[in-house]
Design a protein around this ligand. Sequence first.
Ligand SMILES: [Zn+2]
Length: 299
Amino acid sequence: MRSITCTVLIALALLLAHVQEGRADDSVLVYRAGDVTVMRLADKQGGVPPQVFAGADKALLEKELHGQICPAMFLTFLVKTPDDMVLVDSGNGEERQGRTHALLRQLGVPADAVTKILLTHMHGDHVLGLFSGKQAAFPSAEIYVEASEFRFWTDRKNMSRAPSGMGANFDNAERLAQIYKGRIRLFTAGDKLFPWLASVALPGHTEGHTGFLVERAGRRLLLAGDFLHCLAVQAAHPEVAVIWDSDQELAKRTRLQTLRQAAGDGTVVLGGHFANPGAVRFTERGAGFAYEFVQPDAR
Ligand SMILES: [Zn+2]
């Protein structure tokens, strides 16, 4: 009896070790496009509760979510090229228990090795990782942000145009402007920023919400920020918005257009909040879209 108990315990321990290892592996997923490597970092677990959806009736949410919270995550992306180490979004930071910095250390990437940080938009869960108290968490990085997005959040007169509860974003914008003074590079959505990366206008979630398209060796990877929060609901029903969208109608049009284009040209889409394993290819189905997960490449 004792030996059986012992065997069961060892088996359980191995299983647990395996599960923990699996989790550790899931926190960094790799996607390659030629000589560009995109590493998807799990900044923090998350979820989209049903009450956040706008324009969805109860029956639809029940059908897609079965009374559950929609699985989602907070994600950042480390992009390595032969010349650069670029971060797309910075996550929740130490203030909200974001893990991006810990994952970078785990990957052997010191904070001062990150040369550029591209922001999809300026909500807290995408910018707080830039700060270490009153200091820059990335001492050598230039911050790339879309011009209208930066202007919106750095002008408190716009507070009445933002969804309720967004006041802290104006404080964060002020901190960003002070702490990274002289190192902020404003661009216009649609600009090609580097030979291997173009910005893509995806407005609606915020004023100047932007995606970043990595195109290399025939592969297209779109780092799409918050154009879609919950795959389980908003792929099949792109007309469903979330209350965090600044302009829900514009966000819907952007979502539909982005999904249609990605389905048409086979672009692999990596959202800022997609559930594991994260990278997705869409196909048109009825009035909405079906999706399949794209397997990550070996590390
Ligand atoms: Zn977000």
